[in-house]
Design a protein around this ligand. Structure first.
Ligand code: B12
Ligand code: SF4
Length: 590
C-alpha cells in the first residue's frame, strides 16, 4: 500500500499527471438526514459519463450506508465510537448499545417506510424520538472525534483508520484514480476532510472536495492547513471535473480548469470561475449507483433540478446566488418534464422534490400546467416565496400538476422586517398563500428567520406565537426557525454600517497541530448596538424543541447563557429540528 504523508501537493499532481483517468468515485459523506438522496453527485456522474467515453463514475452515498449500519445494530462500531469519544474526555454515551434500544431504532426506521403511520404526526414524533436522539448524540460524538483528529490531537492515528476501515474500504473498492467528496451542508465538512485524509494517507489517491458547504469557507486557509487535500472545486462541478480529468491526463494545464482551487509550487491558486450557460446541455442526473430503497421515506422521493441560482436574489440575508456567479438559469420545461419521465420510468418514482433555490409563481404555474398536460401523474414539492402573485390560480395549476408540498420562505410576519430583509412579500401575501394552500391540500413547511438585525425579543416572540397559531389553523406540517448569521457575501454585511453592524472578529472552528487557524465558516462575530453576537454557537448546531415558541424560549435562554440580555436578540442558534426536519420536508402525500 502506498503511504503518502507530508508531501508537497505539486508532487502528487505530477504523479497522477499523464496517467489516464478511468475511474472516479464520488462520495456523499455523513451527516445529513437519511431521507436525502444526493443529486449533486448524480448530476456529475451523468455529465462526465456522457462527455467521456472511457471514464466511469461510481456514486457512493456513505451517509445513508453509515446510518443504516448503525441502525441495523452494528454495535461494535457504535461501541468503538463511544469509547473513543470517552477516551477523548467526552461524557459517556452508552444507552445505544442495549438490545432494546436497537429494537427501538429499527422500529423507528420501519415507521419511516410506512405509508400511513409516516403521515400521522403524533405517531411519527413519538416513535422517531429515539432515532432522532440517537443520531443527534451519535453525530455529536462523531464530529468531536473528527475535529480532534483534524486538529492533530489524536495521537494514535491508526485507531482512527481502524474506526473508519469499512468506510475506507467502501470508498476505495472500485480502485478509483480520483475520489471526490461532496458536501451539501456544513455537517459534512468535517467528515469530508477526515475521510480525505485517511484515504490519502493510506492510498495516495487524488482527493477533491466539492459541494455548496465549502463555498463559505476560507479555502486558502483550508488548503494551507490540510496539505493532503489535492483540489477543491467551488460552485458548479460539471465542467470543472471534466477539465480536471483532462488536466490530470496531461491534456490541458491546470490553469485551464474552471472553478478549481489547487497548488502550484506551494502557492494556492484560484482559477477563474465559470457556470454553464444553458442548463439544457446537462443530461438527466443518474441515480443508478445509489441504493434507492434504503432512504427514510415512505415513497422514493427523487430530487430534480429545474434551475440554478435564484430568480429573486434580493433578500439581504442570503448569498445563494453568488454561488452561481449571480446567474439565474433555467432548464427548459420540456427538458424538465423529460427528466421526470426518464426517472419515473427508470426508478418507478412518482414523488419528486425540486432543489431549485426558489421557483417563481410564473414558473410554478408553467411547471404545473406542463405536468398536467402530459398527464404525468406524479407528486412534487419545491421551495417558493409567498408573494402576491403566488395566488389561488397559480397554486391550483401547481396542484393539478401534482404539487402537494411547498417550503415557504416566510422569515417574518411583520411588514417592517419583510421590507428590511427585502423579501418581496407582505404579511397579507403570506396569509393568502397559507389560506389558499390549505384549501387546496398543499402541505407546508415554513422557514422563519430569527435574530434579524434590530429585531427585538418581543418582536421575535410575537412572530413565533403567531406562526404557532397559524400552524394549528392551516396545513403547516413544520415550522423551522433558522439562525440568522452574518456572512461576507450578504447585503447585510456589505451595507453593514447602514444597519448598525460592527464586525468584532471571526469564529474559529478548527486549528491544526501547529496552531494554524482555519476559519471553517465565514460566519462573523459582530456587535449590534453594544451586544456581541456570533453566527454560530460553539458545539451547538441544533437543539431539540417542540414548537416554534419553544424555539424562541430556548434562544432567549441561550442568550442569557451567553450573557446577552436585553431587548435586542443578537444571537440565534436554532434549527427547529422537530424530528428530522428533512423527513418532514419530504411530506409529499398523495
Ligand atoms: C435542495 C437543498 C436541500 C435539500 C436537498 C435535497 C437533495 N436530495 O439533495 C434538503 C431539503 C434536504 C436540504 C436540507 C438542508 N439544507 Co439545503 N439546500 C438545498 C439547495 C437549495 C440546493 C442544493 C442542490 O441540490 N443543488 C443542485 C445540485 C445539482 O447541485 P449541488 O448539490 O450544489 O452540486 C453541484 C456543485 O456543488 C458541485 N459539487 C457537488 N459536490 C461535488 C463534489 C465534487 C468532487 C465536485 C468536483 C463538485 C461537486 O457540482 C454539482 C453539480 O454542479 C442549497 C442551496 C443551493 N442553491 O446550493 C441548500 C443548501 C445546500 N442547504 C443548506 C442547509 C443549511 C441545509 C439544512 C442544514 C437546512 C436546515 N436548517 O435543516 C438541511 C440539511 C439537511 C439535514 N439536516 O440533513 C445550505 C448549506 C450551507 C452550508 N454552508 O452548510 C445551503 C447552501 C442553503 C443556504 N442556506 O445557504 N437542502
Ligand atoms: S432567500 Fe430564497 S428567495 Fe431570497 S434571495 Fe435567497 S434563495 Fe432567493
Amino acid at each position: 500500500m502506498l503511504i503518502v504523508k507530508g508531501y508537497g501537493m505539486s508532487i502528487t499532481q505530477k504523479a497522477v499527471q499523464n496517467r489516464k483517468i478511468r475511474r472516479i468515485s464520488l462520495v456523499f459523506p455523513p451527516y445529513v438526514s437519511p431521507s436525502c438522496v444526493p443529486i449533486g453527485i448524480a448530476s456529475l456522474k451523468s455529465y462526465i459519463e456522457e462527455k467521456t467515453l472511457d471514464v466511469q463514475v461510481k456514486n457512493i452515498d456513505l451517509n445513508i450506508e453509515f446510518i443504516n449500519r448503525l441502525v441495523d445494530g452494528k454495535t461494535d462500531k457504535i461501541c468503538d465510537i463511544c469509547s473513543m469519544n470517552e477516551h477523548l474526555g467526552q461524557k459517556p454515551f452508552k444507552q445505544q448499545m442495549s438490545k432494546q434500544y436497537s429494537e427501538l431504532l429499527k422500529a423507528a426506521r420501519n415507521l419511516t417506510k410506512d405509508k400511513i403511520e409516516f403521515y400521522d404526526k403524533d405517531l411519527f414524533v413519538r416513535h422517531l424520538q429515539p432515532l432522532q436522539l440517537f443520531l443527534l448524540k451519535y453525530f455529536s460524538c462523531f464530529s468531536n472525534i473528527l475535529r480532534q483528529y483534524l486538529e492533530g490531537r489524536i495521537l494514535n492515528e491508526a485507531s482512527i483508520s481502524d474506526l473508519f476501515r469499512d468506510e475506507q474500504r467502501r470508498i476505495t473498492e472500485e480502485h478509483p484514480d480520483i475520489i471526490g467528496f461532496s458536501a451539501l451542508t456544513y455537517t459534512q465538512i468535517g467528515s469530508s476532510i477526515a475521510l480525505a485524509k485517511i484515504v490519502k494517507e493510506r492510498t495516495g489517491i487524488t482527493v477533491v472536495l466539492g459541494g455548496p458547504a465549502f463555498f463559505n469557507l476560507d479555502l486558502k486557509e483550508l488548503m494551507e492547513a490540510f496539505d493532503f487535500l489535492d483540489f477543491i472545486v467551488i460552485k458548479e462541478g460539471e465542467e470543472a471535473l471534466l477539465e480536471l480529468i483532462k488536466a490530470l491526463d496531461g491534456k490541458i494545464d491546470f490553469e485551464q480548469v474552471p472553478n478549481l482551487v489547487w497548488r502550484k509550487n506551494g502557492e494556492i491558486i484560484f482559477n477563474s470561475e465559470k457556470v454553464i450557460e444553458s442548463l439544457d446541455e446537462l443530461p438527466t442526473p443518474d441515480f443508478s449507483d445509489l441504493r434507492l430503497n434504503s432512504y427514510y421515506s415512505p415513497e422514493l422521493i427523487l430530487p430534480i433540478s429545474s434551475a440554478r441560482g435564484c430568480p429573486w436574489n434580493l433578500c439581504k440575508f442570503c448569498q445563494l446566488n453568488i454561488q452561481y456567479g449571480g446567474k439565474h438559469r433555467q432548464r427548459s420545461i420540456e427538458k424538465v418534464v423529460n427528466d421526470i419521465k426518464i426517472l419515473k420510468q427508470k426508478h418507478k418514482a412518482s414523488h419528486f422534490f425540486f432543489t431549485d433555490s426558489e421557483i417563481s409563481a410564473a414558473r410554478l404555474r408553467e411547471i404545473g400546467q406542463s405536468l398536467s398536460k402530459e398527464n404525468m401523474q406524479i407528486y412534487f414539492g419545491c421551495y417558493a416565496r409567498p408573494t402576491k402573485d403566488l395566488n389561488w390560480e397559480v397554486l391550483n395549476a401547481a396542484y393539478q400538476g401534482g404539487c402537494r408540498f411547498l417550503q415557504l420562505g416566510i422569515e417574518s410576519l411583520s411588514d417592517e422586517y419583510l421590507r428590511l430583509v427585502q423579501k418581496g412579500t407582505t404579511r397579507e401575501s403570506i396569509l393568502d398563500v397559507l389560506r389558499n394552500a390549505d384549501k387546496l391540500g398543499i402541505r407546508l413547511l415554513c422557514y422563519m428567520l430569527g435574530g434579524i438585525p434590530s429585531q427585538t425579543s418581543q418582536e421575535l416572540l410575537s412572530d413565533a406565537k403567531e406562526i404557532t397559531a397559524l400552524q394549528k389553523q392551516y396545513n403547516i406540517f413544520s415550522v423551522m426557525y433558522c439562525l440568522y448569521s452574518l456572512a461576507t457575501f450578504q447585503q447585510f454585511y456589505l451595507e453593514r454600517e447602514r444597519y448598525g453592524i460592527e464586525i468584532a472578529g471571526r469564529r474559529i472552528a478548527f486549528s491544526t497541530k501547529d496552531l494554524e487557524i482555519v476559519h471553517m465558516n465565514d460566519t462573523l462575530q459582530y456587535n449590534y448596538k453594544d451586544r456581541t453576537a456570533y453566527g454560530l454557537m460553539k458545539d451547538c448546531d441544533c437543539i431539540e424543541v417542540d414548537s416554534p415558541l419553544m424555539a424562541v424560549m430556548q434562544m432567549a435562554k441561550m442568550n442569557q447563557l451567553l450573557g446577552i440580555n436585553g431587548d435586542n436578540i443578537s444571537f440565534i442558534s436554532i434549527i427547529n429540528d422537530l424530528l428530522f426536519e428533512t423527513q418532514l420536508l419530504y411530506c409529499i402525500k398523495d
